[in-house]
Design a protein around this ligand. Structure first.
Ligand SMILES: *Cc1c(COP(=O)(O)O)cnc(C)c1O
Length: 477
């Protein structure tokens, strides 16, 4: 399998080449040259693989269609090491439960950090360790987080050989639970840097360091952001696993509702659908930051400035632009890289928007690609959390609540709707207390984590200081 850039760069690459890279050289995103097709007999076989051999075996089936530069036995071992009951809590790894007639919730949030980013990041940690050892290289991941991504990256990379993580976060601005999760990691290769400032200051530091090519090369700086193809690919697997749990045979189709921010999760659903998984609709659920809902309703994609980006009670969806969205637009426009380059490289870059409302291809987002969308607000979130607790005695997190609210507006008789549960309520306790007047239940292994010893370096938002810290803690061979 070869990978190309959404903006038309002529070079083609293999999986392990793009594994450790971010954007393509022309600023585009990597996609496979084609989507392997899963025919009827393969889908029957995969159902049996998942039911009889488990999630790791299914992951190997999906991944091996896209990865041909890791020997099959090694890839199989990497999947088996990643998707274990010990790490993800259940044998199904992504168990589906019924909420009510026709409406299901698929748990993606039982990994080490209780958010769906573990699903991909845990695999990425093992792939990085494998590939770096094979090359005899090291990598220093430098990133910024407001919560979920950073902790998922740290839990995936802790103790891994050849990898160090330097993660900045805005000092004192994450929830106490999130701070405890990250700062209680005492592994030698994990470095928490709390920046006196807001999340944007942390992101600016990452940009400044990435733009210093000499420093970046000398200290082998890399990232794990959501545009990484390997992360997206890992997420494709759980759409298949969700489908197999809710259906009895492959003539049935299902729909998914996906709480969305950077369009990474739902883009994996799009890839699964392009491969032939019988998905009727992919419903994009946003919070007040409704960049994506606006696009699917109107054809206008308009990125927001930081002043227009709301701080909400589903904070992992607080985005101003959807960094993976370019991948879908590439497919929507018949893989016309020149147009994608014009839309994202010029129009978005200069005007902050583009408008496909008059383009005949826009209608295909719904008709051919199955996309629908909706939006949920703080009040909707509280109402949904209350209603689900009252009728089903289940606590759902704020992001999942956005999904359930929007899913209910898109139910179709005869087509099961699966809402992806992207986090557990304990991560966003304040809103649960506001909705229900009681603390969310806490998984046993997280009892008392706020009291554990912490390791964090507080620093000003100063590029020179941060660079000095990285240089000092790199121990380059
Ligand atoms: C990251 C995240 C999302 C958004 O996922 P995208 O891939 O960015 O669309 C939703 N919910 C939670 C809890 C998250 O951590």
């Amino acid at each position: 399998m070869q990978y190309l850039s959404t903006r038309g760069h002529p070079e083609r690459k293999r999986f392990c080449e793009i594994l450790l890279e971010g954007l393509a050289p022309d600023g585009g995103l990597y996609l496979p040259e084609h989507y392997p097709q899963v025919d009827a007999s393969t889908l029957i076989r995969w159902r049996a693989v998942y039911q009889q051999q488990g999630y790791a075996a299914l992951a190997f089936e999906v991944l091996s269609l896209y990865i041909d530069d890791i020997p099959a036995e090694d890839l199989k071992a990497l999947c088996a090491k990643t998707y274990t009951q010990e790490v993800f809590g259940t044998a199904e790894i992504v168990p589906v439960r019924a909420l009510e007639q026709g409406l299901f919730v698929q748990a993606l949030s039982n990994g080490p950090t209780l958010a769906f980013k573990d699903m991909a990041m845990q695999l990425l940690g093992n792939l990085f360790e494998y590939e770096l050892a094979r090359r005899g290289e090291e990598l220093n991941i430098f990133g910024a987080t407001s919560g979920d991504t950073g902790s998922a990256a740290e839990y995936a990379m802790r103790g891994k050989k050849g990898v160090r993580v330097f993660m900045t976060s805005p000092h004192g601005r994450m929830s106490p639970f999130q701070q405890a999760q990250m700062f209680s990691l005492l592994d030698d290769n994990i470095h928490n840097i709390a920046i006196e400032g807001v999340f944007d200051d942390c992101q600016d530091l990452v940009k400044a360091v990435s733009n210093d090519l000499a420093f970046k090369n000398k200290y082998k700086i890399g990232t794990v952001n959501s545009i990484n193809w390997a992360r997206l690919l890992a997420q494709v697997v759980y759409y298949f696993a969700g489908y197999f749990q809710v259906t009895q045979h492959n003539a049935q189709s299902v729909s998914f509702t996906v709480p969305s921010g950077n369009f990474g999760n739902v883009c994996a659903g799009h890839v699964a659908r392009m491969m032939g998984l019988p998905i009727a609709h992919l419903v994009v659920a946003t919070n007040e930051n409704d960049v994506l809902d606006e696009f699917f309703r109107t054809g206008v994609y308009r990125v927001r400035g930081s002043a227009d980006t709301h701080e909400t009670s589903s904070p992992s969806m607080d985005i101003s632009k959807a960094s993976n969205f370019e991948r879908f637009v590439f497919d929507l426009l018949g893989r016309d890289a020149q147009r994608v380059n014009h839309l994202f490289g010029h129009q978005v870059a200069q005007l902050g928007r583009f408008d496909l409302s008059q383009d005949p291809q826009f209608a295909q987002a719904a008709t051919r690609f199955g996309f629908e969308s909706g939006k949920s607000t703080h009040a909707d979130r509280l109402n949904t959390i209350r209603a689900v607790f009252a009728s089903h005695q289940q606590m759902i997190d704020t992001h999942t609540a956005d999904g359930v609210k929007v899913a209910r507006e898109h139910l179709q008789v005869g087509t099961p709707m699966i809402v992806l549960e992207t986090a557990l309520p304990i991560k966003f306790a304040a809103t649960i207390v506001q909705a229900l007047g009681q603390e969310p239940t806490r998984p046993a292994k997280f009892e008392g984590i706020e009291a554990l010893p912490k390791r964090v370096q507080v620093m000003q938002a100063d590029v020179a200081q941060v660079k000095a810290y990285i240089a000092q803690h790199c121990h380059l061979a």
